[in-house]
Design a binder for this molecule. Structure first.
Ligand code: CU
Length: 91
């Protein structure tokens, strides 16, 4: 029983550690530091079968928004969390 519990704990950490992250490119169309969100006009993301679109992403850390400028071209990485997309890196 103890072993089983340990295994479950280990597996749930593994799921977090290996949460798939996706990479995209796009242009900054807006951002909101208070809400920790950035609106990007992104290019297609093949792995998710997404076409090009303008949409809002959350950011993992509001510091990621520092230095972003409107119309700036960016490369970003994000993970899917439930129904939202969370950017873990953007530059
Ligand atoms: Cu999109």
């Amino acid at each position: 029983m103890k072993f089983l519990l340990k295994l479950i704990v280990l597996l749930s950490f593994a799921t977090i550690a290996f949460a798939q992250s996706y990479r995209g490119t796009g242009v900054v169309k807006g951002y909101n530091v208070t809400r920790g969100a950035v609106t990007l006009k992104h290019d297609p993301i093949k792995e998710l079968k997404w076409g090009a679109m303008t949409m809002e992403f959350s950011v993992r850390d509001k510091k990621l928004l520092e230095g972003l400028k409107l119309e700036q071209k960016v490369t970003f990485e994000f993970v899917q969390e439930k129904s939202r997309q969370v950017i873990t890196s953007i530059k």
